[in-house]
Design a protein around this ligand. Structure first.
Ligand SMILES: Nc1ncnc2c1ncn2[C@@H]1O[C@H](COP(=O)(O)O)[C@@H](O)[C@H]1OP(=O)(O)O
Ligand SMILES: [Mg+2]
Ligand SMILES: [Mg+2]
Ligand SMILES: [Mg+2]
Length: 317
């Protein structure tokens, strides 16, 4: 595809195609920094340990620097704070665009006339930092989510330490756009006649645990990262993701929500409401996360969440 043809594709498709290339580069950097053995960890936490590594910082610069260069009016919010674009080293800027994506997929009618001012991009440069530091590298993902007027519509999840069984290639990229579909993973339904719940590995507390207890799942998986848990739903490894805590932020859920919903699943708070991803919202997802795989009854899981859990998260607002 010529540069001119790529430039004529609808905006949402171009942002996705750029983000696919940018996320791959971020994944390379995440692997490279791990291989140096020095993650250069800083604690961002006020009360509890909240690690940030060299990879979180560098990947945020890659993603925000590269998207801002190509899309000047785009509002981009990243977990690691505001970036001074003039201080981002040139070698971190990716100007490649995934032309194969643009050739292969057509923009859904409803998103054809979107302008940069209608969008917010939510960036989690490294989701699962605690797991990156602890060595559970499979849980680590790069998340780029795109919201159109308050609603999450598109997402990219890059998993840097996924090893392809046939080619041995490291890293895979999953994407989803509502009304178009999803790609990049093994689409599978979870097993019938049993309920597998996935939840936090490192951020549990009394309410988180009491809520899991009340759901009465047959199996509980404890893994890190919002991106990784939604991947488990997409690949049929779990039926639901339950996190009754205000710990996740908009950059954690924006991309996974769009991909899961483009696949037929649902991601809401534990009251059943979708989060608002508009330009001026607060960052914390104060009323938790409940996500269900395609074909799983979201409503019936909502009913299993204790009233005490709901009241306690509403009170914390
Ligand atoms: N209490 C918390 N403090 C900081 N980040 C949190 C907290 N709870 C959840 N998160 C973010 O949400 C992700 C999913 O949570 P969990 O792994 O506990 O299920 C975490 O990897 C972390 O993102 P990040 O690693 O990008 O900082
Ligand atoms: Mg995160
Ligand atoms: Mg992060
Ligand atoms: Mg973090």
């Amino acid at each position: 595809m010529s540069i001119r043809m790529a430039a004529s594709a609808p905006l949402i498709m171009r942002i996705m195609a750029s983000s696919l290339s940018i996320a791959e580069k971020a994944g390379e950097v995440i692997r490279d920094i791990m291989s140096t053995g020095d993650l250069n960890v800083v604690d961002k936490g006020q009360k509890n340990f909240d690690p940030q590594t060299e990879a979180d910082r560098k990947c945020q610069q890659i993603i925000i620097g590269s998207l801002s260069k190509q899309y000047k009016d785009l509002k981009i919010i990243g977990e690691e704070g505001a970036e001074d674009l003039s201080k981002i080293p040139q070698e971190l800027i990716v100007d490649k665009i995934d032309s194969q994506f643009l050739e292969q997929y057509k923009c859904p009618e409803s998103f054809k006339d979107i302008s940069e001012n209608d969008l917010v991009v939510w960036v989690d440069p490294l989701d699962g930092t605690g797991e990156y530091v602890a060595g559970f590298v499979e849980n680590v993902t790069v998340l780029i989510g795109i919201a159109f007027r308050d609603t999450s519509i598109a997402g990219i999840i890059h998993q840097p330490f996924f090893k392809c069984a046939t080619t041995n290639k490291m890293g895979r990229t999953i994407w989803g756009l509502k009304e178009l579909g999803t790609s990049g993973y093994n689409k599978k339904s979870p097993p019938e006649n049993k309920l597998i719940l996935t939840t936090t590995r490192s951020h549990s507390n009394e309410i988180v645990n009491a809520t899991i207890e009340a759901i009465k799942a047959d199996e509980v998986l404890k893994v890190g990262g919002c991106g990784f848990k939604v991947l488990q739903l997409l690949e049929g490894k779990a039926h639901c993701y339950v996190f009754a805590s205000p710990g996740c932020k908009k950059w954690d859920t924006c991309s996974p929500e769009a991909i899961l919903e483009a696949d037929g699943g649902i991601l809401t708070d534990i009251l059943g409401k979708h989060y608002n991803y508009g330009p001026n919202v607060e960052y914390p997802n104060r009323t938790g996360v409940l996500a269900t795989a395609k074909g799983i009854d979201h409503e019936s899981l909502l009913e299993r969440i204790p009233i005490a859990t709901k009241e306690s998260l509403i009170k914390k607002k």
